[in-house]
Design a protein around this ligand. Sequence first.
Ligand SMILES: Nc1ncnc2c1ncn2[C@@H]1O[C@H](COP(=O)(O)OP(=O)(O)OP(=O)(O)O)[C@@H](O)[C@H]1O
Length: 249
Amino acid sequence: MAEPILKLEKLNKSFGALKASDDVSLDLREGEIHALIGPNGAGKSTLINQITGAMSPDSGRIHFAGEDVSDLGMAARARLGMGRTFQVSSLAGEFSALRNVMLAVQSRQGSSFRFFKPVMSDRSLVDPAMDALARVGLEDRVDVPAAELSHGERRQLEIAIALALGARAFLLDEPMAGMGPEGSKALTRFLDGLRQEAPILLVEHDMDAVFALADRVSVLVYGRIIASGTVEDIRRNAAVREAYLGEGT
Ligand SMILES: Nc1ncnc2c1ncn2[C@@H]1O[C@H](COP(=O)(O)OP(=O)(O)OP(=O)(O)O)[C@@H](O)[C@H]1O
């Protein structure tokens, strides 16, 4: 089997006496959605922060795209293709969807003497941006200002920007937060297809979305992974039912 794109080896992180990550090992493989679930305060965000480089583990290693990235900063990990989470939104609301993605393409290509070219007719920017928008299903919304897109469409646009920046895997921290039932369903359908573009580590409290999407689920309780497996494995696991889902779920 191919090497996983992301691999965590025995990560530990304490805040004083509190162990927020306790020997956490997990991986993310091409083509999959791996959901990370757990009660409030279980240590999910702490784990995501260590993966992105926002926080350093006390011990353990992180491998991404075939490299040991444990000692790299956030920008270097992003350059290797670690897709940002939804919590980092950088949309320019007054600009069209197309222009927003073009800015990302431009930043990836590096600045050049573009001042002399009319930007909106520069094929080297427009073509890759259109491609990224098509990959997220926004090809009919390219001229709409980002601020006028729906909540869900803005998330699609953020994904398009990440793809244009070269994302090879996504770390998504509660993408369903703040969405109504219809929005959640639409975003669930979208994420279902996105796994073909890049695998997703999904932190999510919405269990309908998790059970509909996840190829694998890992359950974090008090900083420890207490179970990892398919949705069916997790539903049946007695320790998970007791610790997290509650009896009768
Ligand atoms: N910077 C910090 N300093 C001290 N304690 C922290 C810090 N960050 C997190 N914690 C603690 O570590 C534990 C894990 O928090 P974390 O935010 O990672 O959990 P979570 O699973 O993401 O929770 P939620 O689902 O509520 O977002 C909590 O007890 C939290 O209070």
